[in-house]
Design a protein around this ligand. Sequence first.
Ligand code: ATP
Length: 287
Amino acid sequence: MNIRKDVLPVQVTDLTKRFGSFTALDGVSFTVKPGETVALLGRNGAGKSTLIGCLMGFLVPDQGSVDLFGQNVLDLPRDLRARTGFVPQTMTGFGAFTVGKLIDYIGAFYGTLPPIDPALLRWADLDPKKIVKSLSGGQRQRLAILLAMRHEPDFLVLDEPVASLDPHARRDFMNLLGDYARRTGASVLISSHILSDLERLCSRLLFLRQGQLVLDVPTTVFRATTRWLDHATPHILSDLPFQIIGQRETGFLVHGWSEDVILPEGTTISVPDFEDAFLEITATRTA
Ligand SMILES: Nc1ncnc2c1ncn2[C@@H]1O[C@H](COP(=O)(O)OP(=O)(O)OP(=O)(O)O)[C@@H](O)[C@H]1O
């Protein structure tokens, strides 16, 4: 299948999803370009899995739309759907299959496939004769990843894929994922609470807070322009031409900082730790 490279793999427009009277996603818009690795960040309940459900077409939006490869995900033709891959938070079902039989069974849906990437097989380290229901949580997670990646999708979505992996498997997987994206030019969207992994792997960061996309930024720009600005009288910093994304008693966490902007005398500038920045950006404040 030839995917037109000038078509955006993902275009999300004004996406809103409600469960009863509760709004889980509120007017979310963003795009993913070919080859981008995008981190989906947010606290528990921020709406990450709901967004992923809408991206994959499992959930129907109340408003707005999701286009994959230029077509609405809810009417995605089979050949385009086959260019996507999805790793769920937990893999359920298929308990009676052996690992080998399940890999063949799922693979058959994609027609004739080349042999599985040896690096992926080595990393998954699964015994093909084992029964799926006898796998440990981490082994099951590796199987879910193998099944989602074996057909080399152009758009791979991973919903907290490393939660049950040990640190070795996790580190190796993040390297494998980076290699995969570079080798194939695929786009990847991944949610995880392991912030250091995301900061290392991803070229773009999406921060969700209470269903709203509060920041969408390339990782390099985030690193270069996110700063703590502190001052003995902090309120004099609030009119600066930067986006305020957090605050503390002595000052503000800002995005869009540039050394070209002259700051009030006595301002201290410091680089935030990624976890501190995450905590600020995703904090729920009552006004
Ligand atoms: N089917 C549903 N019915 C009602 N509420 C739901 C449903 N699915 C999700 N929600 C609510 O929507 C909000 C967002 O849930 P979601 O699972 O998307 O969060 P998340 O960011 O993935 O969280 P976590 O980090 O804990 O996985 C939560 O408040 C959740 O309770």
